[in-house]
Design a protein around this ligand. Structure first.
Ligand code: F6R
Length: 246
C-alpha cells in the first residue's frame, strides 16, 4: 500500500521525511536503515543532523546499508556515494562507522563485489526502513528500466539519461562513471518499510507513471505498488499530476 504525504515545498518534504526516519529510530534504536544518495535526500539528512545536535536522535545503535555506488570510484573521491554519506550524515552524527555499509566500488570483480554486499545486507538481519529517491526514468537505486526486475546486488551500465542527470556533479560528462553496483529490486522490496522522497516539477510525470500506471520493469519504481508499507513524501510540484488521485 502506498501512502502519499504532500508537502508544500522541498524544505517541508525534507522535514516530513526526517519525521518518518526519526520515528523509526525512536521506536527501534538499533534499526537497520537503508539509505540513498542523490540530491533529493540531502535536506532530509540535514534535518536528521539538526535533530541529533539538539539531542533528540541517537545513531549509536543504528546500522546503515546504502543502495548503490559508482564502480571505480575510491572512497576519497568526492563524487563517490561513500564520500557523500560521510559528508552529509555519518561524520555529523554519532553513528559507528563500522556499522555503515556502501557497496565497494573499488572491487574490480563485479561478481565478488555484489556477492559480498548481498551477504552484508543479509547479515544485518534485514532493512527496517529503506529511503529511496526516484530517477526520471523510474529507476530506484541504479535499477534502470529493463526486461525483468533484478533480484540481488548487481553491476549496471547506467542509462544515458542517468549519466546526463548526474553530469552536473562532475567536471565533465566524460568523468561520470558508466557503471555502478546497486542493490536489486528484491532486496529493496524486502525492506519492512519504504520511504521515498520526490521533489520538483521534473518528477511529476514519472510519479504519475510509476504509481498510477502499470507495474513493469520498464518503470522499476512501479514495483513499489506491490509493497505493503510505502510512504512517498513529495512536494506539490512533484505531486502536481496526481493531486486529484491522492
Ligand atoms: C541514489 C539513488 C538514485 C537516486 C535517483 C534520484 O542512491 O539510488 O536512484 O535516488 O537518481 O536522484 P535525485 O535525488 O538526485 O533526483
Amino acid at each position: 500500500m502506498i501512502k502519499f504525504v504532500c508537502a508544500k515545498d522541498y524544505d517541508e518534504m525534507s522535514r516530513k521525511a526526517a519525521n518518518v526516519i526519526s520515528a523509526q529510530m525512536v521506536m527501534k534504536a538499533n534499526s537497520v536503515l537503508g539509505l540513498a544518495t542523490g540530491s533529493t535526500p540531502i535536506g532530509t539528512y540535514a534535518c536528521l543532523v539538526e535533530r541529533y545536535e539538539k539531542g533528540d536522535l541517537d545513531f549509536s545503535k543504528i546500522t546503515s546499508v546504502n543502495l548503490d555506488e559508482y564502480k571505480g570510484l575510491t572512497h576519497d573521491n568526492d563524487q563517490s556515494y561513500y564520500y557523500f554519506m560521510n559528508d552529509n550524515l555519518f561524520s555529523k552524527v554519532n553513528i559507528d562507522l563500522n556499522n555503515t555499509y556502501v557497496p565497494d566500488g573499488t572491487i574490480e570483480d563485479s561478481a565478488e563485489a555484489c556477492a559480498k554486499y548481498d551477504e552484508i545486507v543479509r547479515a544485518t538481519g534485514g532493512v527496517d526502513l529503506q529511503l529511496l529517491g526516484l530517477g526520471h526514468n523510474g529507476h530506484i537505486g541504479f535499477n534502470e528500466p529493463a526486461e525483468v526486475f533484478p533480484k540481488g546486488t548487481h553491476c549496471v551500465t547506467l542509462a544515458q539519461s542517468t549519466i546526463d542527470a548526474n553530469a552536473r556533479f562532475f567536471a565533465s560528462k566524460e568523468e561520470v562513471p558508466t557503471q555502478a553496483y546497486t542493490m536489486g529490486i528484491q532486496t529493496i522490496m524486502n525492506a519492512k518499510k519504504i520511504l521515498m522522497v520526490v521533489s520538483g516539477a521534473d518528477k511529476a510525470d514519472i510519479v504519475a507513471k510509476a504509481f498510477f500506471g502499470d507495474v513493469t520493469p520498464n518503470v522499476p519504481a512501479s514495483i513499489l505498488q506491490l509493497h505493503q508499507d510505502v510512504t512517498i513524501v513529495g512536494d506539490e510540484a512533484a505531486f502536481s499530476k496526481i493531486k486529484d488521485m491522492i
